[in-house]
Design a protein around this ligand. Sequence first.
Ligand SMILES: *Cc1c(COP(=O)(O)O)cnc(C)c1O
Length: 363
Amino acid sequence: MEDRSWTEINLNNFEFNLQELKSFIPENTSLMQIVKADAYGHGALEISKIALKMGATLLGVANAEEGSLLRYQGISAPILILSPSLVSEIPAIIENDLLCTISDLVFAEALNREAIKKKKVVAVHIKIDTGMHRSGFALKDTEKIFDAISFMEGLSINGIFSHFAASESDPEFTMKQASDFVNALMSLPKRPEYVHIANSAAVLSYNIPYMNLVRLGLMSYGIYPSPSYKEKIELKPVMQFKTKISLIKYVRKGESVGYNRIFVAKSDIKVAILPVGYADGYDFQLSNRGYALIKTVLCPIIGKISMDMTAVDISRIYQISVGEEAVLLGGDEEELHAESLASLYDGNSYELLCQIGRRAKRY
Ligand SMILES: *Cc1c(COP(=O)(O)O)cnc(C)c1O
């Protein structure tokens, strides 16, 4: 059977983006490729392989399951679990030799006990909260926590890190987070192998002293955190989401298309039905707003997106038949970049990438 929709992952573009980003990474600074959520929907295994080939030394995932899968697939590089882990994930963390983020002492003690029992030493990164107020230990406790974990025989401190809350939008707050973090680190008896705070957006805008690792996600996938970054760097979108026209029909002036009749034809139009809907991850909010690129023409999405079908106005295309390819995301067309689509509904390009192609194979 033919695919009704699919994603194409352009690994050359991913390499291009990483190469561009590397010119912003200070000397003697290591690179962690963030591949959580299946590499933002791009396929964690292939992306990891290329990132490692391009010089990344660590990978970042969201949880023990994602890390374990990469191990099972043969990845031997260090893998850091970025989110707080659950006690029930400890066996997988130890068995698959995953680096674990520590944000609370009760969990650290549980991990320590299990490591000692299994005669292993688990490498950990301590997370410090400098203003995101999500995970991490309170900034003021940095020294105390570092000491407490240093004394745990089953754990070794491989890194310490924090996370910016608004590196793409609030320079003042970002600088405050950075300087608070650096000051806290100065109080420590020794510096762990890795100290890190910067995500993609921060790598381009800030050179933070003392740090020796950056964590790259969004921009490596060719997405700009905000339009102002376009002046600083050239990026190419890595993911395309495609489908094929499954039906062509004609709608007369005054007739409506789709649920609740939110689109009414202002003239006689030709309509293509695409076999993709919100169940495929094509966001419902793109109803009456998104576009499909068909035969080099940007065709507007009309009416509400259904679970499994979407209608587009193809009146501007003279010669067309069922089976013609339609691009819904990515490629050269600016309007189809994740940032542009997300901005049509006050959405988020990270979310759009992660949700796209739930039923689609990845090529
Ligand atoms: C997801 C994530 C990143 C990557 O952020 P981007 O903005 O995608 O570069 C970095 N650090 C942590 C802790 C993350 O969870």
